[in-house]
Design a binder for this molecule. Structure first.
Ligand code: UDP
Length: 282
């Protein structure tokens, strides 16, 4: 659910969103409204995120549900961001509030901690180690290494720094059963400093008498901090390509995941990609 200054809209964009925004009823009316706003904006070939968004869902939705959220999230103007970021958000002319179109959807029972714990059962795990600093001492442990850290860090930033977006989480226990009635509430205005509030129990409906919420604050990222999002604009993408070329020469290292492939992967995509690589290797 998106919260724009107290107005609530369903996400991702669908007939529920359009009906609330414009008071329309049918898909044809929604399409007409979007077409009208698209024509007014005179966009033929979208060159950036703003133009892509307006040509996809019109000016009203762009202004209330995309502009503020996106500028907070990425710390950049929508006119300076690549169009593809917004292409991951579906637009539907049906009353379907699901995020994804996939036939099977869900998250692991007991969450991702349970999944990772099971994958690593019986395997030695060391944390708090800077792999890149102690790489030589690991060389003999295995024939192959899977590296999931930032690719530029692996190469000692020798071609320059890639940019990432950071994130700060603020978690709070609240003495109430149900705080926001939904797992994710997006705050799409520019002024609220966080982008979204997660109420964890709604992912796997809990019967606990209290609840935990987490506010997500997007932040500028500095070298040495945990990187969350790659910034896939042209400049960074070009630099990544050069690093990827270097990575191609590292015979015994497999580079995988959001940071090592500098790619804005969803969870299902990253798992699929890992399985594909594993199949090839094994
Ligand atoms: N987005 C937006 N308004 C929203 C939610 C998403 O404009 O209420 C845009 C924003 O640019 C964001 C992108 O869609 O970066 C992808 O959002 P998603 O929630 O899929 O990203 P996540 O942070 O979960 O990877």
């Amino acid at each position: 659910v998106a919260n724009y200054k107290g107005e609530l809209y369903n996400l991702p964009f669908n007939m529920n969103t359009f009906a609330k925004m414009w008071g329309i009823v049918t898909p044809a009316e929604a399409a007409a409204k979007i077409e009208e706003q698209r024509q007014k904006a005179h966009i033929t070939e979208p060159k950036n995120l703003e133009e892509q968004a307006i040509s996809l869902i019109g000016t009203d939705i762009y202004t209330k549900l995309i502009k503020g959220y996106t500028e907070k999230q990425w710390g950049r103007n929508c006119t300076d961001l690549p169009a593809f970021i917004i292409k991951r958000l579906p637009v539907r002319y049906t009353f379907d509030n699901n995020y994804f179109d996939d036939r099977y959807q869900g998250i692991p029972i007991v969450g991702y901690n349970g999944l990772i714990d099971a994958l690593l059962e019986g395997i030695e795990v060391r944390t708090g180690i800077d792999y890149n600093k102690e790489r030589s001492s690991y060389l003999d442990i295995a024939r192959k290494v899977v590296y999931t850290g930032p690719i530029d860090e692996y190469f000692g930033y020798r071609l320059g720094h890639l940019e990432y977006r950071g994130l700060r989480f603020e978690t709070e226990r609240l003495e109430e059963v149900n705080h926001q009635g939904v797992a994710v509430m997006n705050y799409t205005d520019r002024e609220t400093p966080y982008t979204r509030v997660i109420e964890h129990k709604h992912f796997e409906f809990g019967t606990q008498p209290v609840t935990y919420i987490t506010r997500e604050y997007p932040s500028e990222w500095h070298s040495g901090e945990e990187a969350y999002y790659p910034v896939n604009d042209d400049k960074n993408q070009a630099l990544y390509k050069q690093y990827a070329r270097l990575a191609g020469h590292e015979r015994n290292v497999i580079f995988g995941g959001r940071l090592a492939e500098y790619k804005y992967y969803d969870m299902d995509d990253v798992i699929e990609s890992a399985l594909t690589v594993a199949k090839k290797e094994i």
